[in-house]
Structure formats: structure tokens, C-alpha cells
Design a protein around this ligand. Structure first.
Ligand code: ATP
Ligand code: ZN
Length: 285
């Protein structure tokens, strides 16, 4: 039988969440002794464990049909691959940072400066697009320490909380790219593989939708039903069941995390009581 081959990070910031996502899609990794590859249960999927830097090349070459890695790394490697889905984890940004006490009237402050980075391709693009003249110092490893050591005047690196910058006396001055984990594929997949990928994507989207929504149960007085129902339209419309006490109903529906607290406040104001909110495991709509 045909199998989808997917490359994920062997160990690092992406690996745990990649495996967690697959697990939520009903896919369990079979623990073999082989550390490069693993078979799975629950889906015709084989995993290859790689350094994230190597994933675009393996996908371009067709050794892996798909891969999960940060958008930052996909763009830096610039291979013939397609980003087919944003996965919502490992969010970070690629930014320019300079010593805290350096003046920064604008991008032109970077002219003539030495910028250390482990993303030379993306930095070159940023410099070119902004008509700047700066020196790129490609470095692998702790880029943040280079200004303090006098090796560079500025850095171009991944920032998530900003605490690493802070502890190295740096400030972020330009955000060049917002990144998150994405799924990539080769540019032309065989039809059966594409079919499997579509099935997997369907599961991933269901999981993501579920994570984004909550199941809500509440009691509503008959006189306020219409108003309360309009606040929780749900997928089709809320389920409504009469309570043992006459004049009261139990309503069940789905609400989005985005406006969660607003809706709760409005429900309370409208007279809803006994509001319960529970997580949703999966959402197939
Ligand atoms: P590998 O050994 O696989 O090459 P790595 O050292 O390049 O690992 P990690 O530090 O594990 O990579 O980060 C992998 C990805 O996680 C990054 O490319 C980025 O997309 C994302 N990421 C999210 N938050 C951060 C962060 N705070 N620092 C670095 N990367 C982050
Ligand atoms: Zn890497």
C-alpha cells in the first residue's frame, strides 16, 4: 500500500509539537530502534527524523513527500518546495537587534554595520530590498553574544519572548518576518500520495478548528431564549432541551476562542445561568 513519507525535526523546538499534532490526528509513532525512520499506526505514514535545516532539501529531492518546519528555515533554504499549511505552533519572528544604547533613527542606521546572523540569505534580501549597505557575518550558534564580543554591530536572528536579547543588552529594531511551523511538500506529488496528504490535512484542520473552539452549555429562561440563541449560533444552531423546571431550557453550542470572554459577558447580561465551557477533542464540519 502507498505510504506518505514525512520529515520532522529530530530534536529541538519543533519536534515535540510536531509529534503532538500527529497524535491528535490519531497517528502514533511505533518505537523502533531505528532513529532515522519510524513507522506509525493509525495512518499510512512513515516519518523521517532530520535536522530542520535538512528538511527542505529532502522534500525537494522527493525523499520525503512532506515536511514540518519553521517558515523562517523554509525561506532561508529557498528550495523548490511549497508551503501548504500554517500549523500555528513555534511562533517566532526574525528581527534585527542592536545594542541597547545605539541610536536608531531608521534602517539607514544599519549602513556600514556588520550584522551577524544564521540567516544570511534572508538578511541579504532585507538589505537589498531596503537599499542598504551592510556587511553580513554568517554565524551558526549564539548570534546574540556577537555584539558584546565586538564581532558584530547588530544581529539578525529569531526572537520569541525577547528575553535572550534583553540579557545580551540588545534591543529589537526591525521585525522582518513572522514565522510559525508550516507543512511543506514537493511541487508535484504522485496522485495517490496527494490523496493521502489531503486526508491528513483534513485531520489537521479538524484538530485546529477544535483547538480554536469550545463547547458551551447553559441554562436560559424562556423569555430570553431568542436573545441568548443569537449570541451562540454554533455550527448550525444550538441544541435546545427543556429543563425539568418549567420555563427554563438548556442550550448547547460551540463558540470561538477569539470572542470567548465577550460572548460570556453578553450571555450573563442576557440572563444565562449555569454556564459550562468544555474543550472539544475534534471538530469535523
Ligand atoms: P536543528 O538541530 O534541527 O538544526 P535548530 O537549532 O536549528 O535545530 P531549534 O532551536 O530547535 O532549531 O528551532 C527550530 C525552529 O523553532 C526555528 O527555526 C524556529 O522556526 C522555531 N522557534 C520558535 N521559537 C524559537 C526560539 N525562541 N528560538 C529559536 N527558534 C524558535
Ligand atoms: Zn536547524
Amino acid at each position: 500500500m502507498e505510504k506518505l513519507t514525512m520529515a520532522i525535526q529530530k530534536s529541538g523546538r519543533l519536534s515535540e509539537d510536531s509529534i503532538k499534532l500527529l497524535k491528535k490526528c490519531g497517528i502514533r509513532i511505533q518505537n523502533g530502534n531505528n532513529k532515522l525512520k519510524a513507522k506509525t499506526n493509525g495512518f499510512p505514514l512513515e516519518l523521517i527524523f532530520l535536522r530542520d535545516d535538512d528538511i527542505p532539501q529532502y522534500v525537494e529531492d522527493g525523499v520525503a513527500d512532506a515536511g514540518i518546519l519553521g517558515l523562517n528555515e523554509v525561506l532561508e533554504k529557498n528550495k523548490q518546495v511549497e508551503v501548504i499549511e500554517n500549523l500555528g505552533f513555534s511562533r517566532c519572528r526574525l528581527s534585527v537587534a542592536i545594542p541597547r544604547d545605539m541610536d536608531y533613527p531608521g534602517k539607514e542606521a544599519l549602513n556600514g554595520k556588520r550584522i551577524a546572523t544564521s540567516y544570511p540569505i534572508l538578511l541579504e534580501k532585507f538589505i537589498r530590498e531596503n537599499g542598504l549597505k551592510a556587511e553580513i557575518h554568517p554565524i551558526s550558534g549564539s548570534v546574540e553574544v556577537t555584539p558584546g564580543l565586538g564581532l558584530a554591530d547588530a544581529i539578525f536572528e529569531i526572537v520569541s519572548s525577547g528575553s535572550t536579547l534583553l540579557s545580551n543588552g540588545l534591543k529589537e529594531v526591525e521585525t522582518v518576518l513572522q514565522s510559525e511551523a508550516v507543512m511543506i511538500t514537493g511541487t508535484s506529488l504522485p496522485q495517490e500520495i496527494q490523496g493521502l496528504l489531503d486526508q491528513l490535512l483534513f485531520r489537521i484542520r479538524s484538530v485546529q478548528k477544535a483547538a480554536h473552539n469550545k463547547y458551551i452549555l447553559l441554562n436560559a429562561p424562556e423569555s430570553k431564549l431568542e436573545q441568548i440563541i443569537s449570541l451562540i449560533p454554533g455550527i448550525k444552531s444550538p441544541t435546545m432541551m427543556p429543563l425539568a423546571e418549567s420555563g427554563w431550557y438548556s442550550l448547547h453550542s460551540v463558540i470561538s476562542e477569539d470572542d470567548f470572554w465577550d460572548v460570556i459577558d453578553q450571555l450573563k447580561a442576557a440572563g444565562a445561568e449555569g454556564i459550562l465551557v468544555v474543550p472539544i477533542e475534534n471538530m469535523v464540519t
